[in-house]
Structures are given as structure tokens and as C-alpha cells.
Design a protein around this ligand. Structure first.
Ligand code: GAL
Ligand code: ZN
Length: 634
């Protein structure tokens, strides 16, 4: 089956409402709900005193109605007693401001007392429900790092030092890695090291980078501790936590994904052309799960409440969004949340059951979606294949977040999105991969913005091209090593040989005219083609686009950043070089999922306002179709 449902927060409602909830869930075809996510103060109202009666009744109700429970550990929202009793466990920002309760995620990730109390409530939940028939999967915590990704308090300082000690073993090695010869930052004692806090001038970039790595690890460590505890008490029940793939960049999700039994991710529409960004998030979630079906743990039926301006979704948008996630490999389509809240910080956030009740656009679409997913039950387990991989690494993005860059306008996330967007328009399905992953199954590897790359990552791309692959890299990629130290001898030090290009100097500027008539934005370089063929130049003559034959393959390089149709044209040629088929998608999104036995599905989602045809399927404006293909090509 395809899992369908959302967050159920029964503690927000009187008990009479629960049976109506469950009846309506059945009407909509809901077969799984997440519950207990923010229930800590209702499960442990007084420290050490537990009240499970209400949750027992909810779990029983679900079991009686054949609805699975994705049961949470409520550790993302410590109760008021926690902050009141243990103020030392509250998180602090870089300016020394302490946050307190009254919202959620008010805890220091490195606090031993938080860890202890979190594990205690998680243990209580696990012992109580380990054999409950509704229990299907654990939802550990909620969106790690969403609000407290980095804590700068004294406890965190201590933990940071221990983390550094483990990483570098000696102070000499740390001084070397952090380049502390610069501005007299040489450390003579571990005790002198702090998290990056307010400083009179620009901080040490390697310190910032390591602090971000440490901070991600600190939360991952909490995940592991809860997961191990649950696994010991309830062996065989899978565990996950909801990531925010493509939306949140504070945690190293490559490392998180390794620890999840199945990747779950949340997505909310945001920015321009949100359906393209949705596709990117879904492709990233699938890639984090190594291509296997993943769980869309949350998305919205309509408006969210946390943007300055929160438009409701257009008619059918809920359906299109959901089917996009399904097309891109999700086997579970879930929403935040089941019933829209009457009160609290998210009362203006849409739900599956809106304030206005069942005689509504949202409810009718929710019911329609449930029926559609039931009809598509056989899609479960099928996978999405991709010829193209986009390289993305969190550490690289973090390293570039340091304020002293050649320009603040070279924004890696934005660039990755732009490149992804043009590939989407060309109808190309992409995986997203970590630079150190094995790339050998792909035809084309795209490196839009990878400022930092390790030696191992640099070697991977070289080997991929040597073996016959085609690569394309954007400027300011392959520039520094793991510790944000410049790779010398001409940029980009990691791939000068592979690209056949040597760059002397960066010239950030608003835009630059190219001989082809195209335009580059933000960035330009004084580059020399050493062994590469020059495919386009600035009107002043320097290389703008190059191609270097390397081993059995070739590597393209752009010294500037074309956008829109210009970028699309370049990527189309690169795809042709890699024998990756392209199409003019014109708003008709086509994605295929296949089973190993050859049964496959063509998902066609029409984002435009006119009927569109592609892959042999005609789709009315705003609608979707799923064609079952009994492929002969096994
Ligand atoms: C997510 C979160 C949910 C809810 C939702 C609103 O970040 O996990 O609890 O807050 O956003 O869009
Ligand atoms: Zn802290």
C-alpha cells in the first residue's frame, strides 16, 4: 500500500473529537498517523510522574480502526518544568542570548540533563507501547536542528572541545588545521577554545566550519541515543526522524541518513516556482535514502503560517504536490497536520481537516487523494532511476557561509537550485549525491557549486570522468580542502588537471557578456585553458565555457554563471555530450518509477494552464495522470 495520513495531535482536542477524527480518517483512506510528537508535557506533566491513559486510548482507537501509528518520542518540546528546573540546559546563541520555553526545541543539544530526561521519556513511551498492535514505526524527535541547530553555551563549549580533541588528537594538529598563525590565534591549551561567539572582527573560518560539523554531530548523537534505546526495548520496529531535505541546511543529512532505517522528510512550498523546488527536495530525500522509497512525513494541504504572506494552495495543487512526491519515490504521503488547530502558534496552518470542516475544497481533495493512492497501491516499492547526479555537500555550503568571500552573491544553494531547475525544464531526472559517493552508475555528474571538496571527493569525480563519464562544474568549485584551506597553484586546485583549466583570479561582477550572445552572472574569472577546448568566451576573450577530454570521458567547466534559458542551453549541450535525453518539459513533469520485474509507471503532472502531452500521455491543465507501462525492456 501507499501510506497516507498526517500528524494527529489529539491532545489539542477534547476526547469526543477523537472518534470523529478516526471516522473521518477512514473516510479519507488514511492508514497511518504520526502522534505524540509534541506531547511531553501531557505524558510527563510533573517531572518523573507519567500519564499515559489518554495516549493508550488513542493508540487503541487507531488499532481498532486499522490505522498504523508512527509513534513519536516527544523530545522536541521539553515541558515548562524542564526549563524551570534546569535553566542551565537552555540553548544560547552566539551573542550569549538564552532562549527559554514557551515555544519548542528549547534545549541545548549537548546538555547531559536534557539527554537524560529525553531518554527517560523515550524509554517510558517505548516500554508502554512496544507490543501495541498500532505501533508501526518510531518517529524520533522532530526536525532535528530546526530551531536549535547551534548552541554556544558553556556546556556546548565543553562538548565542542571534546569533539575537537577526538578529531585532531593534538593541539598542534588543530592549530595547523585552523590556520591559527593568522591573527595570532594559536591555542596553547584546549580550555582556550570557544564556540564561535561574538568577536570584534571576522572569525576564523575553520573554527566556524568545525563548529557547524560539531553541532550537526551533537544532534545526530541524540538521535542515535534514542534510536538505540528504542531498538533495545522494541527490536524490529523501524525508526526514523523527519529531515527537511532541500529546505534546511544546518544538519549534515548525509550523515543523518546513514542512521535512519528509512529516510523521512518534510517539505513546504516556498519561493519562486515552488513545484520545481519541491521536485529537488523529493529527489534529495530519495537520494538520501540511497534510491529506495522514502517517507514524505509532512507537507501541507494548503497554506502554511510561517511566511510573511501565506497563500492558500490553488485548487488541485494539493494533489499535484502529493503526486510529485510519489513520482519521485515516496511510498508514504503524509501531511502536517490531520486537524487544523483551533489555537496555538500554528492555528493558521492548513490541515487535512480544515477549520471549515468537510464541505471544503481541502477535504474533497484529501478524500480524492486517498482514493487515488489506494488505486496506486502497486506502485509501492518501485524506484526512480536517474542518469544524472548533482553533487552537494553540507560542509561545502557551511564553509561558504563565512562572511569574507570574493562576493556574497555566489550563493551555493541558489545556484544548485537554478541548475536543478533548468535540468527539470529539460525533463531530466536527477539524483543528488555526496561528492565521496561512488558515481559510476551515472552518465553525467553536475557540480553547480562545490567550493569545498575533500581529496577523496576530488578523486571520485576524476575517476568517474576517466571511466567515460561526462562532468560539468560551475565556478568556485574545488577551491578548498576539508579545513577550508586554499588548494594552491591556480584554481580550482582540486580539478585543474581534470578541467584542463587554470584560473589566476576571480572577478565577481554583476554580469558579463559572452561571445555566444549569452550572459554570465555574479562571477567571472581570469582563466586559461591549459588542455581544454574553449567553447565560449567573454567578449573580452577569456574562456567562459570549456571542455576537457579526460580518460574515456570529458569535463566541462563554466567560469561564470549563466541563468535561465542561457544555462538551459549549456546544460542541454552537456546532456547531449553525455547521451542523456532531454525534452522541452513545458511544465509537464514526467517521471518514471519501475519495479525490478519491468512493471513501471509514468507519472505525468501538468503544472501549466493548458492541456499538455508528453510520453504518450495527455494531461488536462493542472491535472496528473499515471500510466502503467508493462515494459517489454526488462
Ligand atoms: C514543520 C514541523 C511541524 C509544523 C510544520 C508547519 O517544520 O515539523 O511540527 O510546525 O513545520 O509547517
Ligand atoms: Zn549549549
Amino acid at each position: 500500500m501507499i501510506v497516507y495520513g498526517g500528524d494527529w495531535n489529539p491532545e489539542q482536542w477534547p476526547e469526543e473529537v477523537w472518534s470523529e477524527d478516526v471516522a473521518l480518517m477512514r473516510e479519507a483512506g488514511v492508514n497511518r498517523v504520526s502522534l505524540g510528537i509534541f506531547s511531553w508535557s501531557w505524558l510527563e506533566p510533573v517531572e518523573g510522574a507519567f500519564e499515559f491513559g489518554w495516549l493508550d486510548r488513542c493508540m487503541d482507537l487507531l488499532a481498532e480502526n486499522g490505522i498504523q501509528a508512527c509513534l513519536a518520542t516527544p523530545t522536541a518540546a521539553p515541558p515548562p518544568w524542564f526549563a524551570h528546573t534546569y535553566p542551565e540546559a537552555l540553548p544560547q546563541d552566539a551573542d550569549g542570548r538564552t532562549f527559554t520555553h514557551g515555544s519548542r526545541q528549547a534545549f541545548c543539544p549537548s546538555s547531559p540533563i536534557y539527554r537524560d530526561r529525553a531518554l527517560r521519556i523515550a524509554e517510558q513511551v517505548a516500554r508502554r507501547y512496544k507490543d501495541h498492535p498500532a505501533l508501526t514505526i518510531w518517529h524520533i524527535h522532530n526536525e532535528y536542528g530546526c530551531h536549535n541547530a547551534r548552541c554556544h553555551c558553556d556546556t556546548s563549549a565543553e562538548a565542542f572541545r571534546a569533539w575537537l580533541c577526538e578529531r585532531y588528537q593534538s593541539l598542534d594538529a588543530l592549530n595547523e588545521a585552523w590556520g591559527t598563525a593568522f591573527w595570532s590565534q594559536r591555542y596553547g591549551d584546549w580550555a582556550q577554545i570557544l564556540p564561535p561567539r561574538a568577536t570584534p572582527a571576522i572569525g576564523n573560518p575553520a573554527q566556524l566550519l568545525d563548529f557547524r560539523r560539531f553541532s550537526s554531530d551533537a544532534l545526530l548523537d541524540l538521535y542515535r541515543a534514542e534510536r538505540d534505546l528504542l531498538a533495545a526495548i522494541a527490536p524490529g520496529v523501524p525508526a526514523t526522524t523527519n529531515l527537511m531535505a532541500g529546505m534546511h541546511w544546518e544538519m549534515d543529512y548525509w550523515r543523518f541518513a546513514e542512521e535512519l532505517d528509512v529516510v523521512a522528510s518534510d517539505h513546504y512550498l516556498n519561493g519562486d516556482e515552488p513545484h520545481i523546488q519541491l521536485a529537488f527536495s523529493a529527489d534529495l530525500a530519495r537520494s538520501l535514502n540511497k534510491g529506495r522509497p522514502w517517507i514524505l512525513m509532512e507537507h501541507s494541504t494548503s497554506a502554511v503560517n510561517w511566511q510573511g504572506h501565506n497563500p492558500a494552495k490553488a485548487p488541485r495543487e494539493l494533489l499535484r504536490n502529493s503526486v510529485q512526491h510519489l513520482a519521485r519515490g515516496a511510498d508514504a504521503i503524509m501531511f502536517f497536520q490531520w486537524r487544523a488547530s483551533r489555537e496555538g502558534a500554528e492555528k493558521w496552518h492548513s490541515g487535512m481537516l480544515p477549520h471549515a470542516g468537510t464541505d471544503t475544497k481541502i477535504w474533497r481533495e484529501v478524500v480524492e487523494l486517498g482514493a487515488a493512492l489506494r488505486d496506486l497501491a502497486d506502485v509501492e516499492g518501485s524506484t526512480v532511476g536517474a542518469d544524472v547526479a548533482i553533487l552537494m555537500d553540507y560542509a561545502s555550503i557551511w564553509a561558504q557561509d563565512h562572511p569574507a568571500q570574493p562576493t556574497a552573491h555566489h550563493k551555493p544553494i541558489e545556484i544548485i537550485r537554478q541548475w536543478y531547475g533548468e535540468l527539470w525544464r529539460l525533463g531530466v531526472t536527477c539524483d543528488v549525491r555526496h561528492p565521496e559517493d561512488d558515481l559510476s552508475g551515472y552518465r553525467l555528474v553536475v557540480v553547480p557549486a562545490l567550493y569545498l571538496v575533500s581529496d577523496a571527493g576530488a578523486a571520485r569525480l576524476r575517476r568517474f570522468v576517466e571511466g567515460g563519464g561526462i562532468a560539468v562544474a560551475g565556478p568556485y568549485s574545488g577551491i578548498v580542502d576539508d579545513n577550508d584551506r586554499v588548494r594552491l597553484g591556480g584554481y580550482p586546485g582540486a580539478w585543474r588537471d581534470l578541467l584542463g583549466v587554470r584560473v589566476e583570479e576571480f572577478f565577481p561582477r554583476e554580469s558579463v557578456e559572452l561571445t555566444s550572445g549569452r550572459k554570465g552572472w555574479v562571477w567571472s574569472e581570469l582563466a586559461h585553458a591549459t588542455t581544454a577546448e574553449v567553447l565560449d568566451t567573454y567578449v573580452t576573450g577569456e574562456p567562459a565555457w570549456t571542455r576537457n577530454a579526460w580518460g574515456a570521458g570529458a569535463a566541462h567547466y563554466l567560469t561564470t554563471l549563466p541563468r535561465g534559458a542561457d544555462l538551459r542551453a549549456v546544460l542541454a549541450e552537456v546532456c547531449a555530450d553525455a547521451s542523456v535525453p532531454t525534452a522541452d518539459a513545458e511544465g509537464l513533469e514526467l517521471v518514471r518509477r519501475s519495479h525490478p520485474d519491468g512493471r513501471s509507471y509514468l507519472f505525468a503532472i501538468n503544472h501549466g494552464d493548458t492541456e499538455a502531452t508528453g510520453g504518450g500521455v495527455t494531461v488536462p491543465a493542472g491535472e496528473f495522470r499515471v500510466a502503467r507501462l508493462e515494459s517489454a525492456s526488462q
